[in-house]
Design a protein around this ligand. Structure first.
Ligand code: PRX
Length: 643
């Protein structure tokens, strides 16, 4: 396999410019973790320094960083840059869904808006520790709302704007949010009236904790406003005071909750705290994107996911980056949109998902070739394994062979990037996330938990020790935190991913080894989808698996058994799909539905998903051992009737 060295120009300007320097700092971070993290923590402005760098016990899932320290995340992202004289510098560039819509906020303007919003929230009775749910599309007010919550010490819970009312309701109820922030309707690609407020109205019918809904006017489409409960954002800001002092938060006070899919139908509220998260996101953003002042940095993720939290808002803004956010989609108005935006704003650092690259690559080189992409210096990917064809396309056609690619591996739970190349350091191999970041000790474990030493091994990916950005608990359910991440391999953090280490010690993520399927970079729990399908009155049982998909990485295949006497009709199929879209959201719809008389089960009644995965992926020559099935005969009909 061909390897790609960082070019000499990148190396020369990089914060770290040689593998020797990386190794030196890595060893320092491992041998003297307390010194290393105390040094990195200097990036953050603390109101009071910590008493202790870290304390942890993975056997109890207890982790603290910078205990005793005081800080405010919003102050670190906004105020201190104004105080240092950068108020007139651009903080946020917003590119709207339609190409003629752009808005820029400098740090002065951002501070002004954030303070007004913070006071508007206070006027609605929101205080330190209260939860605020944010359900929006990618408009600037989303970033402002997040920062305003951080400013007053309210815990934000951003729910991705494509989620259906039921999913929104479940997330609001789990953390008992007091206020919901949304917008009238949304625009995204050819959709110009996404029903945000009316979805919110449906959700809040069953969320007793919500006292008010704050509504941003994005489109002006008519919506219902409930007297006494619903407040227009612009009115609330107009009657707010201009000044709002940032709350002094403890390092271990919660900053946000973000829900992710798990092995049960109930989403997990991943909780991150303040001090460690800020240190980790700013440190990783600095080194991995090799950020230098005034560079234009664009992460295409949605703020509804962790990538948007850590690498659109907190990391870059703590580093006084010019950070961009984009409301639209890569194929609207045409397949050149990303490249047009890069040319228009002279983007230097670009961070996107493999699924977007695959979709764009398929449309041919003519789209990127129409635009001047000379401003690009570093390219990043995240969210799922990148395969060689799209890696090479990214390298050759987008990066013109001069931009290092950082394939960054991490998770909602990790808060920031753990395994990644560094642009001025790492010789890359397409498809490998390469080497651990500072302070990170990855381990590969066999199923019994034995550590696989040396190179050329494959196993379960775990971390030997904590890092400042890792999650601290599952909101309201510390036992679930322990069981999900620390029980299977005692004393380690288990990621749920499989991974190989090659002959050079490089890491290659092989995908999830649990019941999570990653579709177009979105994590979906099989249990959640099965629960939704199972809610259809004709359905007796459903099992959902992933199968490889050219663009989405994986797609969803559902095996469905109907209740006796219920007939299979085209309507049943459509209704099932509709149901999943309504319960979870369009991103969770099954691409294929196979109706079957029975599912492959062990004698104890456990569905053998391995067999279903093989059938769905068309690997029918090697289904694996079927002798332990209660009724092996179901397999042949499943194979014959596969779609
Ligand atoms: O399976 C891994 C995959 O995405 C999972 C985490 O998903 P989520 O919590 O939604 O966070 C996505 C953004 C950080 C991981 O367990 N994944 C993430 N990055 C990569 C990846 N798989 C391969 N290569 C990556 N670079």
């Amino acid at each position: 396999m061909q390897k790609y060295e960082p070019n000499s120009k990148t190396r020369k300007n990089a914060h770290i410019g040689s593998i020797e320097d990386y190794k030196k700092l890595y060893e320092h971070s491992i041998n003297n973790p307390e010194d290393f993290w105390a040094e990195q923590a200097e990036r953050i402005t603390w109101f009071k320094k910590w008493d202790k760098i870290w304390e942890w016990d993975f056997n109890k899932a207890n982790i603290t960083w910078f205990e005793g320290a005081k800080l405010n995340a919003c102050y670190n992202c906004v105020d201190r840059h104004v105080d240092a004289g950068y108020g007139a510098k651009t903080a946020l560039i917003w590119e709207g869904n339609n190409p003629d819509e752009t808005r820029n906020y400098n740090y002065n303007e951002l501070l002004e808006k954030v303070q007004l919003t913070a006071n508007a929230l206070k006027n609605l009775g929101v205080g330190k520790g209260d939860r605020v749910c944010i359900y929006m599309q990618m408009i600037p007010e989303l970033a402002i709302a997040v920062l305003a919550c951080a400013r007053i010490g309210a815990v934000h819970s951003v729910v991705f704007g494509a989620f259906a009312p039921d999913s929104l309701e479940a997330r609001i109820n789990d953390s008992e949010c007091k206020v919901l922030i949304t917008q009238d309707t949304g625009v995204r690609g050819t959709k110009n009236d996404i029903p945000m407020k009316s979805n919110a109205d449906i959700a809040v019918k069953k969320t007793p904790s919500i006292e008010n809904i704050l509504v941003v006017k994005r489109t002006g489409s008519p919506i219902e406003m409930v007297e006494g409960r619903d407040v227009w954002w612009h009115n609330a800001l107009a009657s707010s005071d201009a000044e709002c002092a940032p709350e002094e938060m403890d390092a271990e006070d919660p900053l946000f909750i973000l829900y992710t899919s798990g092995s049960t139908g109930k989403p997990k509220g991943v909780m991150h705290t303040t001090g460690g998260y800020m240190v980790y996101t700013s440190t990783t953003h600095h080194y991995i994107f090799d950020y230098h002042p005034d560079e234009i940095y664009w992460c295409t993720a949605d703020i509804g996911w962790i990538t948007g939290h850590s690498y659109i808002i907190y990391g870059p803004m703590a580093n006084r980056a010019v950070t961009m956010m984009f409301e639209g989609v890569p194929n609207y108005p045409d397949f050149g949109r990303f490249w047009e935006i890069i040319e228009k704003h002279k983007v230097n650092k670009f961070y996107t998902a493999p699924t977007a690259l695959r979709a764009l690559m398929k449309e041919g080189d003519k789209w990127p070739n129409k635009y001047n992409l000379d401003s690009l210096k570093i390219l990043g990917t995240v969210g799922e394994p990148i395969k060689e064809p799209e890696w090479l396309w990214y390298h050759n056609i987008i990066g013109k062979e001069k931009c290092p690619i950082v394939d960054t591996w991490w998770q909602t739970e990790t808060g920031g990037i753990l395994i990644t190349p560094l642009p001025g350091v790492t010789t890359t191999k397409p498809g490998s996330a390469t080497l651990p970041f500072f302070g990170i000790i990855p381990e590969l474990l066999d199923d019994e938990g034995n550590v696989l030493e040396g190179n050329e091994v494959e196993g379960n990916l775990a971390m030997q020790r904590p890092w400042p950005g890792m999650m601290r608990t599952v909101y309201g359910d510390h036992q679930r935190f322990f069981e999900t991440y620390f029980e299977k391999f005692p004393g380690k953090y288990f990621s749920g991913d499989g991974c190989k280490r090659d002959e050079d010690g490089y890491y290659w993520i092989t995908g999830r080894v649990d019941d999570v399927i990653i579709v177009s970079g979105h994590n979906l729990g099989t249990a959640e989808i099965e629960g939704s399908i199972g809610g259809h009155p004709s359905v007796a049982e459903a099992a959902v698996v992933g199968y490889p998909h050219e663009i989405k990485g994986n797609s969803i295949y559902a095996f469905v058994t109907l209740r006796t006497g219920h007939e299979i009709t085209e309507d049943t199929r459509t209704e099932i799909i509709k149901r999943v879209r309504a319960d979870i959201g369009p991103h969770a719809s099954p691409e294929k539905i196979q109706f079957t008389e029975g599912l492959p089960k062990t004698r104890s009644g456990k569905i053998m998903r391995r067999i279903l995965r093989n059938i769905a992926s068309d690997n029918i020559d090697d289904l694996g051992d079927i002798s332990t099935l209660a009724d092996p005969s179901v397999v042949s009909s499943l194979v014959d009737e596969r779609i």
